[in-house]
Design a protein around this ligand. Structure first.
Ligand SMILES: *[C@@H]1O[C@H](CO)[C@@H](O)[C@H](O)[C@H]1NC(C)=O
Ligand SMILES: *[C@@H]1O[C@H](CO)[C@@H](O)[C@H](O)[C@H]1NC(C)=O
Length: 370
């Protein structure tokens, strides 16, 4: 049953990917949401870090080599991010970065992206990369946007606008790979057991999600953490047996992912009139890792642009030639997925079954009239 579903979706996903890579710019005439507000890390950063004093920037070729302009644009990918694709499905362009001075006035009306490479749920996370908008700073930045929106709409219209908007939140990966799993720079693994650390993240995260709900956002997509023990930078540590991922890394993510899923459930119970969806990123990326051909992938244990062991020891460098068949690769660089994989994640977040999106998917959430 499950296998049949996956096979059908795999084929549909491939066909849609080919179609969408051509047509995603022709955003539909009737958007299903008023705006997208994006909170997160490099997985969904669309250029904020280009305006920050950070070494985590995707401002050089070959980043963006498959984007419409073919130029680097701050996305940590060869082409489109999950949010670009979700925007295409919802009929709204991916929102502009908060840090861009041009993101004011009418340009706020389709939403704003606060996502920042190296950012985590914890303020300390990613510190060694320089400046970044941490989760708590992103919430403050959203309030700045709200102040501007208040000057553009009546209170009743703003309430309606926010109720028809979707907040996409993608956090947690850096709290592991750029904090807990970096004992030489961060003390967290000496202070917390893996499950205590997962619960610490959940407590901080829950508080900020509730803060965003209390200022008017009503629809939330909360993405779980992918199997980080399988990304090229982790494989490159050489600590996994041949042909395997780092199981201990994947196992320590269970507390956070399962906790986030049940947090979505309890938030739905405690906040009637709001919707919280958990996205099973771990399961979706796990499917791609376990069944590469079903998604058109041929390489899932090395990056398309990187060098050293698993092309993951040194991530994609300026002017480095990427692999030529980028749709064959699950991973673009040592840390991030390719556009092809991002499409699969977006498709399943948008229209997947409850095993992908709990309790409903983004399409269903968008259609609810609050
Ligand atoms: C408020 O919404 C109504 C109905 O959608 C619209 O006609 C009106 O122009 C809006 N007013 C402002 C100030 O946004
Ligand atoms: C990646 O997996 C393939 C089999 O799919 C294997 O032949 C290759 O050695 C692996 N590469 C690395 C760097 O482990």
């Amino acid at each position: 049953m499950m296998a049949d579903y996956d096979r059908v979706v795999g084929v549909a996903v491939l066909m849609l990917f080919l179609q969408l890579s051509i047509s995603v710019d022709l955003v539909g005439a009737s958007p299903q949401v008023s705006a997208l507000f994006v909170f997160g890390d490099s997985i969904v950063d669309t250029g904020n870090n280009n305006f920050l004093n950070s070494i985590a920037k995707a401002n050089y070729w070959p980043y963006g080599c498959d984007s419409p302009s073919k130029f680097p644009n701050g996305r940590f990918c060869n082409g489109q991010t999950v949010v670009d694709f979700l925007g295409g499905m919802l009929g709204i362009p991916a929102p502009p970065p908060f840090a861009d001075p041009a993101t004011t006035g009418a340009r706020l009306s389709g939403g704003v992206s606060y996502a920042s490479a190296a950012a985590g749920i914890l303020d300390d996370t990613g510190r060694h990369y320089g400046d970044r908008f941490t989760l708590s700073q992103q919430v403050v930045n959203f309030e700045t946007t709200l102040d501007q929106l208040r000057t553009m709409m009546t209170p009743a219209n703003l309430t309606r606008y926010l109720a028809k908007s979707v907040a996409i939140m993608v956090f947690g990966s850096n709290d592991y790979i750029n904090n807990y799993l970096m004992p030489s720079l961060y003390p967290s693994s000496f202070q917390y057991s893996p499950s205590d650390f997962g619960n610490l993240l959940l407590n901080h995260y829950a508080r900020q999600i509730v803060a965003l709900q209390s200022v008017g956002l009503r629809k939330f997509f909360l993405a779980g953490v992918p199997p980080l023990g399988c990304i090229p930078s982790q494989l490159a540590t050489g600590r996994a047996p041949p042909g395997r991922c780092l199981d201990y890394v994947n196992q320590m993510l269970g507390t956070f992912n399962e906790g986030l899923r049940s947090l979505a459930g309890s938030l739905n119970r405690d906040h009637p009139g709001s919707v919280f969806v958990y996205g099973n990123t771990y399961g979706v990326v796990g499917d791609m890792l376990n069944n590469p051909p079903r998604f058109g992938f041929r390489v899932v244990n090395a990056s398309c642009c990187g060098s050293g062991r698993n092309q993951g020891q040194i991530t994609c460098m300026p002017m480095e030639a990427p692999c030529s068949n980028r749709n064959w690769y699950l991973f673009w660089d040592a840390y991030h997925t390719t556009e092809a994989a991002n499409y699969v994640m977006a498709f399943r977040a948008y229209s997947g079954p409850p095993s992908d999106c709990f309790p409903i998917n983004i399409q269903q959430m968008a259609s609810i009239n609050l």
